[in-house]
Design a protein around this ligand. Structure first.
Ligand SMILES: [Fe+2]
Length: 385
């Protein structure tokens, strides 16, 4: 995230000697993406971050796609499944391609190990629960409705509050960023952007952990979990500064757009990645033309697979969906409001819908696991009652 941030102590200039009270150098580390040309932060540790005692392969990840794909509209009822205790290791795969992977997490306990995704950025949309994301950059509290954005390479660990937790995990091969058209040439979010820098929550300061011992770190790379045992606590940072760190943005801070007549989904865009976009459909008044039709028109989104994750059980144009539903309207087929929904939308003052949309530009595969929670009749749900 290109907003400069600083926590703790950093030396007056980068790459100069920075010592503790005993004259010992603080090891400096650059953490960023795209080598030395992307956004980065400079981090100052108590100990070398390279002090690895042992390495072992923990698990290979294999996302199986459905055996036979028949082109049709799809609907998956994710609220009816319990993915497993860990937010990192027990994600239920849903949809994926080479650019982006969507999965559901329902953690019931905190992981003890530290985790670094070295093959993708992660956007974790929290539909239920809250807690704190711990990382080398400090503590990032999160709550229901937050997008927690963890850039690749950031070592982190979730601490959840008591109670149920549900998340949609969006893992992106490319860097996740705010849409370019929302930013000026200097990187600042423009006045027409539906959110501003004030809505972007950054890590809070945490004192460094000065602790020797065995600390397992799990790194995800090339679809493998590799465990490395570090000889000290990895969150030993005395200070850092830069533009690369985990951050949070609440869907409730998105400022939805309303027009005279229906506005298309790009007006609701929140993030962009390589090969996909993320949009937020939030509660809002309807269009203000006296004859406006608030429900969307049918659309045939060729060269785009459209996924909707319903964070409330209401969505103006759909029937038969529930909290946690995921619909996939694939490339090549028209889709639109369910029967009666267009007429019913006319004259209504507004909607309280809450949904996250992921539009991909390459086709998505359906995972074998998703078949177990599929509503197989969904594609027939546009037939008249
Ligand atoms: Fe659509």
């Amino acid at each position: 995230m290109p907003i400069y941030h600083q926590l703790g102590r950093v030396p007056r200039k980068r790459h100069i000697a920075f010592r503790d009270g005993n004259g010992r150098l603080y090891p400096e580390e650059l953490i960023g993406n795209h080598g030395f040309t992307g956004p980065a932060s400079l981090v100052y540790h108590l100990r070398q971050p390279t002090r690895v005692r042992s390495v072992r392969l923990l698990r290979r990840l294999e996302w199986k796609q459905e055996a036979e794909r028949l082109l049709r509209h799809r609907h998956f009822l994710t609220a009816r499944v319990k993915p497993g205790p860990s937010v990192v290791f027990d994600r239920l795969p849903l949809l994926f391609n080479g650019d982006v992977a969507l999965s559901i997490a329902g953690p019931t306990q905190d992981d003890e190990v530290f985790y670094r995704n070295a093959q993708g950025d992660e956007v974790v949309f929290v539909t239920d629960g809250g807690g704190v994301l711990e990382s080398s950059f400090g503590a990032l509290p999160f709550r229901r409705g937050d997008y927690v954005v963890v850039p690749r390479g950031v070592l982190h660990r979730y601490r959840f509050d008591p109670g149920e937790v549900r998340c949609l995990v969006i893992e992106s091969a490319g860097a996740v960023r705010t849409p370019k058209r929302y930013r000026n040439e200097f990187g600042q979010l423009l006045e027409h952007s539906p959110f501003s820098e004030r809505d972007i929550r950054r890590p809070e300061w945490v004192e460094p952990h000065d602790e020797a011992g065995d600390f397992p770190i799990v790194v995800k790379k090339d679809h493998e979990f590799v465990e490395m045992t570090l000889a000290h606590h990895p969150f030993d940072v005395v200070g850092w500064d830069g533009c690369y760190y985990p951050w949070a943005f609440s869907i409730h801070d998105f400022e939805p757009r309303v027009g005279m007549v229906h506005l298309p989904p790009p007006l609701h865009q929140t993030f962009e990645g390589d090969g996909f976009v993320v949009c937020s459909f939030c509660p809002r008044p309807y269009d203000f033309h006296p004859e406006a039709v608030p429900a969307p028109y049918n659309h045939s989104n060729v060269m785009s697979d459209e996924v909707l994750y319903y964070a409330s059980s209401e969505f103006m144009s759909r029937k038969g969906i529930e909290y946690g539903s995921v619909t996939l309207h694939p490339d090549g087929l028209p889709h639109g409001p369910h029967p009666g929904r267009t007429e019913a939308s006319i004259g209504q003052p507004g909607t309280s819908e809450l949904a996250v949309m992921v539009d991909t530009f390459r086709p998505l595969h359906v995972s074998a696991e998703a078949l177990g929670i599929e509503d197989p009749e969904y594609y027939r749900s546009w037939l008249d009652d």
